[in-house]
Every structure is written in C-alpha cells, then in structure tokens.
Design a protein around this ligand. Sequence first.
Ligand code: IMP
Length: 423
Amino acid sequence: MNLVVLGAQWGDEGKGKLIDIVSRDADITVRYQGGNNAGHTVVVSNKEYIFHLLPSAILHKGKVCVIGNGVVVDPRALLEEMAALKKRGLNVTPRCLKISDRCHVVMPYHRVLDGLRETKRKNKIGTTGRGIGPCYADKVTRCGIRMVDLLNPKVLKEKLQDNLNEKNEVFNKVFHHKAYSFIGIYNEYLGYGKKLGSYICDTMLYLNKAIGQKKSVLFEGAQGTFLDIDFGTYPFVTSSNSTVGGVCVGSGVAPTKIDKVIACVKAYTTRVGEGPFPTEFSKRLMEEIRTKGNEFGATTGRPRRCGWFDSVLVRYAVIVNGVSDLAIMKLDVLDDLRKIKICTAYRYRGKVYKEFPTDFEVLSHAEPVYEEMDGWMMPTSGIRSYRRLPRNARKYIERLEQLLKVGVKYISIGTKRDEIIVR
Ligand code: IMP
C-alpha cells in the first residue's frame, strides 16, 4: 500500500503527528517537495521533535527515509538537523536516509535573495526566509546546482562561477549588496558533498525497485494545498507543488503506484505569512485559539493567523488531491467554545461563491457565509473511541463530512502520539 499524507489548508495541519503514526506501517517514507521551510512537530514520550528537512519517520528504527528529487536541500540545515538528532541518541546513517542526487541545493545567495526580494515587494509574501523561492527559481531557469554536483568538483566549479557572475551583478546593482567570493562557497559546498556523499543516490530507481518488491511507501507532504504554486492563493504561496501531483514529479513514482491520499485538516484554520484568509478570526477569538492551540510557526516562531473552518477551501483541496480519507487534527482546541462556525460559501458584491475563487480581488474581500453549531463544552483529550466523543463533536465532524463529501478516518485530540481516534 502506497499512501500520501498531505495538508488541505495552508500548512501546519498537524501532518507530522499523523505521519508519525501511519509511518509505522510503511517501509519507506519520502519527502517530495519543499525544503527546510517546513516544520513538522512530533511529540514522543513528552519529548518534542521538530523536523524541517528529514522525514518525521526517521524516529522509527529500521525504516528508510528518502529526500526525493523535488525537495530543495540546504545542506548546512540538513547536517545541523542530523547532528541535533545524534545528540539525542539517534544516528542517521546512509542505510536509513537516502537523498536524491537530483535535489537542488539551497546556496547562501538564495537565502539572502529571499530576504532582499521581500523588501522590494509591495505585497509581501512573508516567506520563511530559507531561500526556497530563489532556489526553485534557479531550478526552473536551469542554472541550479544539484546534490550530484557537490560530488564533482569540476562541475561544481563551473556552475558556481556561472551563477556568481550573474548573481553578483544583481546583488551589486539591484540590491546594493556586497558580492560573494567564489572560493568560500566552493570549499564550503565541496565539504558538504564529502559529508553527505554516502547518502546521495538515484532515489527514483531506489523507490521503484522497492515498490516492485512490494515494500510500502508513505509520501509526506510539506506545507499545504493553498500554498501550492499552481492551486494555492498565488502569489502568497510557496514555490513547489504541495498538492498530490507533486508526489510523482518530486519522487519519480508514477500515479498508478499511489493507492490512497489522506488529507490533514485542522478542526479550524490557520495560516502563517501574508495573503487572503476569508474566515480569519477577530482579535479576541484569535488570541484565545492561538494560545490554546499553541499556534506559533514551528520554523520561524511567528504567530499563526487563526480562523473558523472553511469548507469551501477544504472541498477544493479534496477535489484537487483526490482525497480518500480525512484526518481532523486539534479538535480538542475547540473544546471550550459555546458556538462553532463553519464557512459554507463566500459572498462578494452580491454574488455567492460555493467554489473556491481564483480571482485575487474576490478572495481578498470575500465575506464568509457561516453555519453555526453548538459546541460540546467538555474535554476530549482522554477519549479514544468515536462513539464516546460528545454528541455535538460528532455532529460537527459529520457535518464536515457532508460538506466535504469525504469520510473522516482520524480525529486528533491532543499533541501526544496516542491522543488520536481511528474510526
Ligand atoms: P517560503 O516557502 O519560505 O517561500 O514561504 C512562502 C509562504 O509559505 C509564506 O507565507 C510562508 O509562511 C508559507 N510557508 C512555507 N512553509 C510553510 C510551512 O511549513 N507551514 C506553513 N506555512 C509555510
């Protein structure tokens, strides 16, 4: 069984926790897009782990994790993540981690350019500042440096020289920023090649061979559907395909090999960074839910914007990802609310929108149309079976199933591994 777990909102849906649970049944877990802009939080025996580049399944002994070709790798960040795990007693060996030779590499000038571009924009994206956009831009303009290049001093030299010739002019003339020296970056990145060389391979061949031998593969999405470069709230998106299509191009595994797609959603909505957010709370509820749900970015620590569940948004995600099952995360955060709202449509200039609109003006000014339900006003974290959930909590979930036209299989009611109901 080959399974995809991805986010159906704006990221931070709690994929890390679900992946930690379902990856126990998978032989191999694969990241296929994004980079260290992601932050996947897993809590095991009261210890918190936050993963940025490594698949969260790295916590399971004897399993293999793959960083697929669609991921952009900042080798410095990856080595830091591996070193931090080693300090906590977990050794990441080439047997348990494979990095695609085709992954594009985040360079120091990408990180700096990410910040400089933001300063020039009128409509800021609020990126994580990790150099993700500039790295993917180089991939598409065909001047990127790939992991395989770090293993070949001659190729790395030529590519880096070419890049610096062009980029130093841009840094100087457009941003009045000092130029980069070749030798420092060259030596630093050759060093990364030496450290990571034994992990680098053709992961497309590795994965297809494993699938041929009936191994089960879990594809771990990063970010969420509405941060997808094509289907997200462009331009307030990330630079990769976080929707299910990204799995195939980002790992080299064909769609015919994918059996199931599980989408994670929060029982409400959050978003980090700028961009339209029709169901965003007003100040009082925002602070209440942010505190209860600990809604601060796992990568940058920025406070997340919070709002009501938006079924227009998630229904769109269900369609584009061909979702088989839903996982509703953080239901317990709503435990104390007397009334709970669900957005079922948008209204703009007298017109009602039942489908997620593409037009930026409509989306930015859309007034949500809400349905209101009674809350359940009791703690849910100790509950382990669906029928024991308070009646109003079940009503909420069943209403979401009706609106989204897909069944809910997992309900998370706390941060710990075992705080989950499987239906
Ligand atoms: P970038 O991916 O750093 O270029 O940032 C682009 C947008 O995606 C910004 O709004 C970020 O806050 C958002 N973003 C990127 N990665 C994540 C994530 O893992 N969770 C939530 N938002 C993210």
